[in-house]
Ligand binder design. Structure first.
Ligand SMILES: Cc1ncc(C[n+]2csc(CCOP(=O)(O)OP(=O)(O)O)c2C)c(N)n1
Ligand SMILES: [Mg+2]
Length: 372
């Protein structure tokens, strides 16, 4: 018997505005109206300023760990722009640009990293889930949310964001299998930034692309330049159409790069070559967008300079709102875990209310011994 091919396919790579600001008019013309482009560029500038201030807040002891988003703005921003407000955004932790575009108050993100749970209390109307720190859990939440939307017929879809490293987690494979087999309207947005902390992508994925991991689940897969806003908008629109009209999920591999450290607890110089970082600095999504807008007559250097002051003011106000929020009650540590608090936790809570932490709760109301 002749050996035949059991399956053949190609995975498209979509690029519209490349790192030298060359624009593919056939694919990109009319994709994003000029006014929206200017608004998104301005938004990215605000997110960069936010990143810088968040970093400084951590360094000056005013906030806990923070993961810089710098360089990775396009995948979430392009997706938030391409989707509707009925659609869920199910993030990891490097999606500030998309979440703010949707309308999440930026101080929520600062509060989260300050360890204040009120940062995770998000208006349900926004259809944004809280930041997910355990790698991979949010992909399953997206499958569930998409399933609920399909069941209710509310027309919504779910778009979830995760890194290259997350595609090595079991949760990722379960979410992919579940979504493909139950025909769920999900967009899986993998932000391949080449690194999972200090582990390079190439040593945890032996396939030439991460996108092809989706093929195994019978899912449509596409790769795009994740630093190209136009390319992201195009692939997400296509994926959203597939989800809405056919209830089929899509796997998108957006090639991007984190220009900063993994988090403020890391020093990426210990494992990344300076040349690699320099190469990607030249591929910065904002630089090419600015060059494109200037060429089109939508922008100029004086407007660019004027924006600095605006974003500085905006982020200063955001910081003020986060830092000036009324201090939470210490009881909150115990208050939201159980409907009615168990006795052992009640005793701990009551102990904490006394000035001496660790004091035996039976002593709380006992008369204070007077020196004889
Ligand atoms: C379940 C789980 N395992 C390990 C970690 C520790 N951890 C935090 S970030 C990270 C790497 C994630 O890499 P990737 O998915 O590529 O995302 P990136 O940070 O590059 O955006 C790891 C292992 C975690 N948070 N959760
Ligand atoms: Mg990564």
């Amino acid at each position: 018997m002749p050996v035949e091919s059991a399956f053949e396919t190609t995975i498209e790579h979509v690029s519209i505005l490349d790192e030298h600001a060359n624009f593919d008019a056939e694919l990109g013309e009319g994709l994003i109206p000029d006014d929206d482009l200017v608004a998104m560029y301005r938004h990215m500038r605000m997110c960069r300023q936010f990143d810088q201030i968040a970093f400084k807040l951590q360094r000056s002891g005013r906030m806990g760990t923070y993961p810089e988003n710098r360089g990775q703005e396009c995948p979430s921003l392009g997706a938030a722009y391409a989707l509707t407000k009925k659609d869920w955004l199910v993030p990891c932790y490097r999606e500030n640009a998309g979440l703010f575009w949707r309308g999440l108050p930026p101080e929520k993100i600062l509060l989260h990293w300050m360890g204040d749970e009120r940062g995770n209390q998000i208006d349900p109307e926004l259809r944004v889930t809280p930041i997910a720190i355990p790698i991979g859990t949010q992909m399953l939440h997206a499958a569930g949310l998409a399933w609920a939307s399909k069941y209710r017929g509310d027309g919504g879809i779910a778009c979830t964001f995760f890194g290259d490293g997350a595609t090595s987690e079991g949760d990722f494979h379960e979410a992919m299998n579940f979504s493909a087999n139950l025909d769920l309207p999900v967009v899986f947005m993998c932000q391949n930034n080449s690194w999972a902390i200090s582990v390079p992508t190439k040593i945890q994925c032996s396939a030439p692309t991460i996108a092809q991991r989706g093929l195994a689940y019978g899912m449509h897969c596409v790769q795009c330049d994740g630093n190209d806003l136009f390319a992201v908008v195009k692939v997400v629109r296509d994926a959203a159409k597939r989800a809405r009209e056919d209830n089929r999920p899509t796997f998108i591999e957006a090639i991007t790069y984190r220009l900063g450290d993994h988090t403020t607890a890391d020093d990426a110089r210990r494992y990344r070559d300076a040349e690699e970082v320099e190469l990607w600095q030249g591929r910065d999504p904002m630089i090419r967008l600015k060059a494109f807008m200037i060429e089109r007559g939508l922008w100029d250097e004086s407007r660019d300079a004027a924006i600095n002051e605006q974003v500085e003011h905006e982020v200063a106000q955001i910081t003020e709102r986060a830092e000036n929020i009324e201090a939470p009650s210490r009881d909150d540590i115990f208050n939201y875990m159980y409907e009615s608090i168990p006795d052992n936790l009640r005793a701990q809570r009551d102990t904490m209310r006394t000035s001496s932490i660790g004091q035996d709760p039976t002593q709380i109301d006992a008369p204070v011994a007077q020196p004889s």
